[in-house]
Design a protein around this ligand. Structure first.
Ligand SMILES: [Zn+2]
Length: 164
């Protein structure tokens, strides 16, 4: 998880198309932690510090793919904060969902109803929220959020109730 996060992940989903297995590994890691949301803000701060210090070139930090920028533009949630690199008010959050019967590179969430729907499913899903700047193409993973697993939990509860 941290190896992936600190190494190949860096700026979020940039590796989703070139190396989707790493994102899937990450999804597995997140799933194993069950219902916990994983917050990547500290990693983001550390990465930004490296960019500001000149250890990471801007073109490496601002390398959102055309698909990611397009997804952010059309389906992303507008942020009030300005971009940490270019200072423009073009920052959006876009969510990619990973789980059973979804593409290996995840499915871009186009409206909040989709997350609500998978939330009530028995299968477990992980939604990765990525921050993307439309202006300079800065991008970074913000959090990994669990969805679904509903049926299994209620079945477990009823089994426990039967035992009691
Ligand atoms: Zn920017």
């Amino acid at each position: 998880m941290w190896r992936f996060a600190a190494g190949s992940m860096r700026g979020g989903l940039r590796n989703a198309s070139s190396d989707s297995s790493t994102v899937c590994d990450m999804a597995k890691g997140a799933r194993s932690s069950r219902d916990a949301t994983i917050d990547f803000r500290m990693l983001r701060r550390a990465y930004l510090a490296r960019v500001h210090a000149g250890d990471v070139p801007h073109h490496d930090a601002c390398d959102a793919s055309t698909d990611l920028v397009r997804a952010a533009k059309h389906y992303g949630t507008q942020r009030r904060a300005s971009c940490p690199l270019c200072g423009q008010q073009d920052l959006r959050n876009v969510t990619y969902l990973f789980g059973p019967r979804l593409p290996r590179s995840g499915r871009c969430i186009t409206n909040s109803r989709q997350l609500h729907e998978v939330g009530s499913r028995p299968e477990r899903f992980v939604g990765y929220v990525v921050e993307v700047c439309i202006g300079c193409r800065w991008n970074h993973l913000l959090s990994a959020n669990p969805y679904g697993g509903r049926g299994s939990r209620s079945r477990e509860r009823s089994r426990l109730r039967r035992r009691a």
